[in-house]
Design a protein around this ligand. Sequence first.
Ligand code: CA
Length: 220
Amino acid sequence: MRLLLVEDDPMIGAGVQRGLRQDGYTVDWARDGAAAELALANGVYELILLDLGLPRKGGLELLSGLRRAGVTLPVLIITARDSVADRVKGLDAGADDYLVKPFDLDELSARVRALTRRKSGRATPLIEAGALSLDPAAHAVTLEGRPVALSKREFSLLHALMKQPGVPMSRARIEESLYGWDEEIESNAIEVHIHSLRRKLGASRIRNVRGVGYMVTDEP
Ligand code: CA
C-alpha cells in the first residue's frame, strides 16, 4: 500500500516515513505543497498524510483543491495546529481525520489502517479470501487457521492482492504499490515474490492471468 507523506519538517518527516515503512507501507515523501500536487497527479496513492503549514502551497489550500477536483483519497491531517478552529477548518476542507503533533507512531498506524479499511468498504480489520486470512494490524497471515511466515514485501504484495480477490492486478500496479521513489527495483522482483508466496501458500491460490496480471483466488 503506497502513501504520500506531505511534510516540511525533516525530523518529523523522516520519523513518520521510517515508522510507516516498518509497518510495511510504501511511503513517498513530498516536502512542500507543490511537490505533493505533482506526486498526486499520477494517482498511485491510497492515502495522504498532510501537514498544514507547508511551503509553496499550504495544506488546507492543497486539500481544498483536491476535493474540488473530485479526488476522494482519504486524507489524514498531521499538524501542530491544535486549536478547535483549525481542526474544524481541516475537516471542513475535506480531511477524514486529524492527528495533532507530537503523536505516537502506533496511533498514526492505527488511524491509517482505519481510514484505508473504511475506504475499501470494510468495517472489520481482517481480510479474507477462502481459507486465507490476513490481519493488517498484526501483520499476520493464516492459511486454514495456521500461521504463515512472510517477508515484509511478501506480506505487502499479498495484502494488495487480497483487497480484491478474483480481480487481477497488473505487474505495473503491483510495483507501484510496493516500491517508492527512492527504492531500487530488480526487473524480476515481483516474479520472485510471487514465486515465494506460491511456495508458502500453495500454487493454486495465486493465479497468473496471462497478459493481465496476478490475482488471489477464493477457491483452493
Ligand atoms: Ca510544517
